[in-house]
Design a protein around this ligand. Structure first.
Ligand code: IPD
Length: 283
């Protein structure tokens, strides 16, 4: 288990000469995810200081995409094409490439684009390697704090060399809960109503603006739970693994496996209460 340490120190020291072979192990995949998320994160945070560049909208007028989202995705795609040419690629901003190795990289080049565009610190670069079971490895890099969250399936999750453990909270009434909201106005109205109807049942709500960071915050015990509907795989592929490897329970809103756009990541002690809450009942 020495491999995971490489990712924390200096990613440029990772020996990538033999990483193109298939199949890849979880730790090797995690090291690649760490390397690429940090490289892309540095590129966009340094680039941002020179200017935001062109900003466009996607699914609605509230859904932004910047020049730096596309630059970061191209950078990660180009690196993977050399390191892992047989692997597939799915990114938020471009075309998907099929996999012939069984591994597909799922990438959000800037998660929290709205924060990035407004000069707020809460954005990340999220990189996951997925196989037929789900996420095999992942890394979430937060340029503003230089925190690098990593996980390898079956091995654990780490931040700065320390193993991550989710919170031991068992009382929903004193739990700090994260969530996020859709770019679609009609969906957002329903989401706000849900939060309003349960505001009195919990300690407080946080909306930080990057799903990957919310999931890492559950892993680090900074949030007791996080839930959101309307997510895409690139928003949660890395963070979901980091949360589950920290001991959090990660499901959809019914308590079943995540197969669509709903993610609930929770300290085990409040998971049942969270499912009840999300199903519309009071704890
Ligand atoms: C968004 C962020 C946000 C969440 C949205 C996501 P993006 O990702 O993760 O926190 O509420 O659902 O789409 O668009 O910034 O990559």
């Amino acid at each position: 288990m020495a491999g995971h340490r490489d990712a924390f120190d200096d990613p440029s020291t990772i020996d990538v000469t033999d990483l193109h072979r298939s199949p890849i192990g979880a730790i090797e995949a995690m090291n690649i995810a760490a390397l690429l998320s940090r490289e892309a994160g540095d590129a966009v945070s340094i680039g941002r200081t020179r200017g935001l560049g062109r900003v466009a909208t996607k699914s609605s007028v509230t859904d932004l995409v910047t020049e730096w989202d596309r630059t970061a995705e191209s950078l990660i795609r180009a690196r993977l094409a050399v390191l892992r040419p047989e692997d597939g690629f799915t990114g938020e901003e471009g075309r998907s490439d099929p996999s012939s190795s069984g591994i597909t990289w799922v990438v959000d080049p800037i998660d929290g684009t709205t924060n990035f565009a407004y000069g707020l610190p809460g954005y990340t670069v999220s990189v996951a390697a997925c196989d037929a079971i789900g996420s095999l490895a992942g890394a979430v890099f937060v340029p503003a704090s230089r925190e690098l969250f990593v996980a390898a399936r079956g091995h654990g999750a780490w931040l700065a060399g320390r193993s991550l453990r989710c919170s031991s909270q068992s009382d929903l009434a004193v739990s700090l809960i994260g969530t996020g909201f859709s770019y679609e106005a009609s969906v957002r109205t329903v989401q706000f109503d849900l939060v309003a109807s349960h505001a009195a049942s919990i300690r407080d709500i946080r909306r930080m603006g990057a799903a990957s960071f919310d999931l890492c915050s559950v892993a680090a015990g900074r949030l007791d739970a996080y839930f959101e509907r309307g997510l895409h795989p690139w928003d949660y592929a890395a963070g979901m693994l980091i949360a589950s490897e920290s001991g959090a329970i990660v499901t959809d809103f019914t308590g079943g496996p995540v197969t669509g756009d709903e993610v609930l990541a929770s300290a085990p002690g409040i998971h049942r209460s969270m499912v009840t809450l999300l199903q519309g009942g009071r704890k």
